[in-house]
Design a protein around this ligand. Structure first.
Ligand SMILES: [Zn+2]
Length: 192
């Protein structure tokens, strides 16, 4: 009888104590401390006051939230003079259902949705949560309003230069308003 067992684990390999060391397995942790650029800092400060702000491009009128300090399409700078306060109600334009893979450190166990929003009056946010809404009920056109984290619990520790409007420490998520869904013509050209 032929032994077909493959030497596929390290226990099966003969260890040569004189062999050169080529690698080591170990857990490590890296912490990044990133300086927040001034326009994102203003966005974060506004969140602490339960305000959503963005910059409106003076040339094409696109609204960026969090502000970037420039419009990448028109290549013009945007400043405090271009700041607008956005509404905290809007429409779900599209969404992604995430089915968590149980990799090391994954805390989610059930599928959840991340949604993109078009806010009433203009402006978009991505990577937003709809806590308590079953994923099978999430749909484009759903009208929602913001749920702020309560005073005393609200924080902006997770706001970074790359957070795209996701700020879970300040915005708990969005909840359905119960109004009829928006007609696709209201948002279909704003989906991204
Ligand atoms: Zn522009």
């Amino acid at each position: 009888m032929t032994d077909t067992k493959q030497p596929d684990s390290k226990q099966d390999e003969a260890v040569d104590p004189n062999a050169p060391i080529t690698g080591m397995d170990y857990f490590m942790k890296l912490e990044y401390h990133e300086l927040i650029c001034p326009v994102v800092r203003e966005f974060a400060d506004a969140l602490m006051e339960k305000r959503l702000i963005g910059h409106k491009c003076p040339k094409c009128s696109l609204i960026y939230s969090p502000p970037r300090g420039y419009c990448p399409i028109c290549t013009v700078q945007t400043t405090k003079a271009d700041e607008i306060e956005m509404q905290t109600r809007g429409i779900v334009t599209n969404y992604t259902v995430v089915t968590p893979v149980q990799y090391y450190g994954q805390e989610e166990t059930e599928p959840f949705a991340k949604v993109s929003l078009q806010l009433d009056g203009g402006g978009n946010l991505s990577l937003q949560d709809l806590p308590g809404v079953p994923v099978e009920q999430v749909r484009s056109g759903m009208r929602v309003e913001i749920v702020w984290a309560p005073d005393g619990e609200r924080h902006v520790d997770d706001v970074t230069n790359r957070s795209w409007g996701s700020a879970e420490g300040a915005i708990r998520g969005w909840k359905p308003t119960g109004e009829p869904d928006a007609d696709p013509s209201e948002y279909s050209d704003k989906v991204f």
